[in-house]
Design a protein around this ligand. Structure first.
Ligand SMILES: CC(C)(COP(=O)(O)OP(=O)(O)OC[C@H]1O[C@@H](n2cnc3c(N)ncnc32)[C@H](O)[C@@H]1OP(=O)(O)O)[C@@H](O)C(=O)NCCC(=O)NCCS
Length: 206
C-alpha cells in the first residue's frame, strides 16, 4: 500500500444506528460538549490528561479543523460518530471519536484509537462504530487492524475483548509511558482481514 491509497477513505459511513463522518471546524460545539462531559473517563488518554481544564468552543473548533486536515493529508484518518434517526430525540448525539493512525504501508497494518461519549456508553454503539472503522481499514487494503490498551484500563480491555474478529495477542512490557510518564504494559489486540491466509510453511529453498 501507499499514502495515496488513503484518498479512497470514505468521508462518511452509515451503520444500523450510526453515522461516522469526518469532523471539521463546524463541529466545535459537538466536540466541546462531548469531551467536557467525558474527560474524567479518559484517564489513559494522553491528550485528555495533558489538559488543565475543559475545552473552550474555540479550542474544540480548532481541533475539528486539525482532524479534518490530518484526514485530508492522510497523516491519520478521523471519524466523528453520531446517532442517527432511529435514536429519536437522541438523533445527532455524539457517540465518540475514532481514528486510524500509525500506518505501516509495507505490512500493511494500521492502529485504531477510540474514545466514547460517556452519555452513550454501554449500548454497544462504540462497538458498532469501531467495527465500521475496521471495515473501512480492510476496504482500503490493510490486512491487520490493531489496538493497544494500557493493561490497567479495565473498561477498554473488556471492550476490546468483546470486539468481533479481534483477538488478544499479548502484552508489550515497558512499551510506552502513561500520561504521567510512568512506563506501562500495553495489551495488543488485533483483527485480520477476513480470509487472510498467513504463511505457515517453510519458505522456498534458496
Ligand atoms: C473503551 C470505550 C470506548 C468503550 O465504550 P463502551 O461504552 O464500553 O462501549 P459500547 O457502548 O460499545 O458498550 C459495550 C457494552 O454495551 C452492551 N450493549 C448494550 N446493547 C448492545 C447492543 N445492542 N449491541 C452490542 N452491545 C450492547 C454490551 O454488552 C457491552 O456491555 P458490557 O460492557 O457490560 O459488556 C469507553 O469506555 C471509553 O471511551 N473509555 C475511555 C477512553 C479510552 O480509554 N479509550 C480506549 C483507549 S485504548
Amino acid at each position: 500500500m501507499k499514502l495515496a491509497d488513503l484518498a479512497a477513505a470514505p468521508d462518511q459511513r452509515r451503520t444500523a444506528r450510526l453515522l461516522l463522518r469526518v469532523p471539521g471546524p463546524a463541529d466545535g460545539a459537538l466536540l466541546m460538549d462531548s469531551f467536557n462531559a467525558s474527560l474524567p473517563a479518559y484517564r489513559f488518554i494522553h491528550w485528555a490528561q495533558r489538559r488543565s481544564g475543559p475545552f473552550t468552543l474555540q479550542e474544540a473548533a480548532d481541533l475539528g479543523g486539525r482532524l479534518l486536515g490530518y484526514h485530508r493529508s492522510g497523516s491519520s484518518l478521523h471519524y466523528l460518530v453520531l446517532r442517527t434517526a432511529e435514536a429519536g430525540a437522541e438523533a445527532g448525539a455524539v457517540v465518540g471519536l475514532i481514528d486510524l493512525h500509525s500506518f505501516d504501508f509495507e505490512a500493511p497494518r494500521v492502529e485504531l484509537g477510540y474514545v466514547g461519549d460517556v452519555r452513550q456508553a454501554g449500548r454497544g454503539l462504540m462497538r458498532e462504530a469501531v467495527m465500521a472503522a475496521t471495515e473501512i481499514a480492510f476496504e482500503l487494503g490493510f490486512i491487520r487492524v490493531q489496538a493497544l490498551s494500557d493493561a490497567r484500563n479495565t473498561r477498554a480491555l473488556h471492550f476490546a475483548e468483546s470486539l468481533p474478529g479481534f483477538r488478544r495477542e499479548g502484552e508489550l512490557r515497558g512499551y510506552e509511558p502513561d500520561p504521567w510518564g510512568a512506563p506501562t504494559t500495553q495489551v495488543m489486540f488485533a483483527a485480520l482481514r477476513p480470509g487472510l491466509v498467513l504463511a505457515t510453511e517453510p519458505p522456498p529453498a534458496p
